[in-house]
Design a protein around this ligand. Structure first.
Ligand code: NAP
Length: 253
């Protein structure tokens, strides 16, 4: 049981999906700084994942690399085996992997709809299911899902992404109810717009419009999302479960 209200993750094993780039990378670094041993999942960014592992190892953390497509059940299972063989049972899972395939519904292909749901929503389900048994047995654990302000508000041109991110909120609340009695917490963050590869291609006028609608007047850095995730993962959040924490500069007010 998490008895001390500490931000420290000393002695904990964390798995971050999509950890080679963007928010996932900043999260892996933040969890390692807080003392966790971090498993770095990646799909295609092997080189970046190795660089991150080298960085974290140099700073004194034990890390493991685990390649897997999170939407593939067999790959998720073997990822968990790799992680547990290298670091021990997973106590913190951050379901961060996600993609966009934007387009208006009238023109959206079924493939683009399915791909976004598969990565964000099915991936989070598969990874959560794979670690839940161990967490319940240990009577402790924390899962943090990376949703989005878009999952709360919707967005023209992002019906697939909004559905996946809203689905993640339903998954978060249901899992929180299922696992809470066994001491496992499940929460979500709902970031606004963050400076990563995902938003790099947005037109300047759209970024300016977002900034105008954001009380803090700017986009977030990946580190600003990572620190909220690290908080929710930590014993400092011991009485928080089923929550959706906006990390959006006020965009969603
Ligand atoms: P990003 O820089 O584009 O990174 C996406 C990450 O997801 C990459 O590490 C990628 O891994 C991984 N990934 C994609 N498909 C995968 C799969 N099938 N299996 C495993 N990993 C997979 O995006 P980001 O901005 O950091 O986004 C991270 C999360 O935050 C996403 O869930 C996104 O929806 C959410 N989010 C982002 C923003 C934003 O404004 N950027 C706002 C709200 C929420 P590889 O490179 O190894 O393939």
């Amino acid at each position: 049981m998490e008895t001390e209200n500490t931000y420290s993750l000393q002695g904990q094993v964390a798995l971050v999906t999509g950890a080679a780039r963007g928010i996932g990378r900043a999260t892996a670094a933040a969890l390692a700084r807080a003392g966790a041993q971090v498993a770095i999942n990646f799909q295609s960014s092997g080189e970046a994942a190795e660089e991150l592992a080298a960085e974290l190892t140099a700073a004194g953390s034990k890390t493991v690399l685990a390649q897997a497509d999170v939407s593939d059940s067999a790959q998720v299972q073997s990822m968990i085996e790799t992680v547990e063989a290298g670091l021990g049972p997973v106590g913190i899972l951050v379901n961060n992997a996600g993609i966009t395939r934007d387009g208006l519904v009238m023109r959206m292909s079924e493939e683009d709809f399915d791909a976004v749901i598969a990565t964000s929503l099915r991936g989070a389900f598969l990874c959560s299911r794979a670690v839940a048994r161990g967490m319940m047995k240990a009577r402790t654990g924390s899962i943090v899902n990376v949703s989005s302000v878009i999952g709360l508000r919707g967005n023209a041109g992002q019906a697939n992404y909004a559905a996946a991110k809203a689905g993640l909120i339903g998954l978060t609340k249901s899992l929180a109810r299922e696992l809470g009695p066994r001491g496992v917490r499940v929460n979500a963050v709902a970031p606004g717009y963050v400076v990563t590869d995902m938003t790099a291609g947005l037109p300047e006028n759209m970024k300016e419009q977002v900034m105008r609608n954001t009380p803090l007047g700017r986009l977030a850095s990946p580190e600003e999302i990572a620190s909220a995730i690290a908080f929710l993962a930590s014993p400092a959040a011991a009485y928080i479960t089923g929550a959706v924490l906006p990390v959006d500069g006020g965009l969603g007010i």
